[in-house]
Design a protein around this ligand. Structure first.
Ligand SMILES: *Cc1c(COP(=O)(O)O)cnc(C)c1O
Length: 371
């Protein structure tokens, strides 16, 4: 199936896969760059391609260095482990963040955004810091932010305030920036604009950027020396990793600006979905569209999943009955956008006709619309 970078050479004809941007496969040009990569033993710091990637990311972030790792779970966990050596301590973050929900193992305090906001403010964080030395408490030593979170951008102004608060109290600040590239492209801010406020940053090469494997941990030389030690301990000391680093380098050089197309596609689909009567539940600011199926529509995400298969589109089904997430990436072409819209429209029509025969449902619908 296509990609905006041409046919990716995969023999399996996959459908348009809206489940995540992790599904993106290497393009033929990326694969040739990987085949041609110069390699060496990275445990000895001798892989020239890994060194090139790490140098490039450090330069983009305007930090002392960076460390290439197999996954963002590893870069996040290395950051937590490296920042926190001496217990007791508390890590503070948004209750929806990846670090807590999908990376078993970290001991953390999770906060809900207040006042109907969709992001944590410095004010909310300030109220929840543990600063005393009461022996029953674990002082806050690390704050982790995620940007983007559910496809929404955390404003640089708020980050600045949180950073000032953290620095004032000697608390470290980590950014889970798996999708920071999408935020950069949407806001026009650079990686270093964001990174200046953080002690460490984790970025993904294998999501929207489309490299097959890899995340990079960014920070000071001293921090990275320790992180590298832990990476080895966890079994992440890899040898001729330059083949993978070459995929990451290629992605950075050729796929970054394409994230803008993903954002435009997401916004296009989001507007249309709204006009079909679905509720957009999170701001469509980057490459994700979150929407809810009105109860009156009489179908669930699971039904939608089955219907959309007929339109060559794959979505996640089942986790939440009525809320659905679509993720845009380079394998979702314009054709894919139009197909999913056609599928959605068709679903509404199909179930609406069933509904008309059912008076009880009609009354229910009226009640719902009056709310
Ligand atoms: C995907 C993701 C991760 C984990 O990345 P893996 O490489 O799959 O381990 C961490 N944080 C965020 C925000 C992510 O989206």
């Amino acid at each position: 199936m296509g990609s905006r970078y041409g046919n990716n050479g995969n023999k399996i004809k996959l459908k348009f896969d809206f489940r995540s941007d992790t599904v993106t496969r290497p393009t033929p040009r990326m694969l040739s760059a990987m085949l041609e990569a110069e390699t060496g033993d990275d445990v000895f710091n001798e892989d020239p391609t890994v060194n090139k990637l790490q140098g490039k990311i450090a330069l983009l972030a305007n930090k002392e260095g960076s460390l290439f790792c197999p996954s963002a779970t590893m870069t996040n966990q290395l950051a937590v482990r490296t920042h926190l050596t001496q217990p007791p301590y508390t890590v503070l973050c948004d209750y929806r963040c990846h670090l807590v929900n999908y990376e078993a193992g970290a001991h953390v305090t999770t906060l809900q955004p207040e006042n109907g906001l969709n992001y944590l403010t410095a004010e909310t964080i300030k109220k929840n810091l543990i600063l005393d030395d009461d022996i029953h408490h674990s002082p806050t030593k690390l704050i982790c932010l995620e940007n983007t979170l559910n496809g929404e951008i955390l404003s640089i102004e708020e980050i600045k305030k949180i950073s000032e608060l953290a620095r004032f109290h000697g608390i470290k600040l980590h950014l889970d920036g798996a999708r920071i590239w999408n935020a950069c492209v949407a806001t026009g801010l650079s990686l270093s604009d964001y990174c200046q406020y953080f002690d460490s940053i984790s970025v993904c090469l294998s999501k929207g950027l489309g490299a097959p494997v890899g995340s990079v941990l960014i920070g000071s030389a001293q921090f990275l020396k320790k992180a590298k030690h832990f990476r080895k301990m966890y079994g992440g000391g890899w040898r001729q990793a330059g083949i993978l680093a070459a995929g990451g380098l290629y992605a950075l050089e050729h796929h970054l600006s394409g994230l803008k197309t993903d954002m435009e596609n997401a916004k296009y689909v989001s507007e249309k979905i709204k006009s079909f009567g679905f509720t957009i539940t999170k701001k469509t600011e980057t490459n994700m569209v979150w929407f809810e199926i009105p109860k009156s529509y009489n179908f669930s995400v699971e039904d939608l999943k089955v219907q959309l298969e007929k339109f060559q589109c794959v979505i996640f089904g089942g986790k939440y009955d009525y809320e659905c997430r679509l993720v845009f990436h380079h394998e979702i072409t314009k054709e894919g956008c139009d197909l999913i819209l056609e599928g959605l429209q068709n679903c509404v029509k199909t179930f609406a006709t069933i509904e008309k025969d059912n008076l009880f449902e009609e009354n229910d619908k009226k009640k719902y619309l009056n709310l």
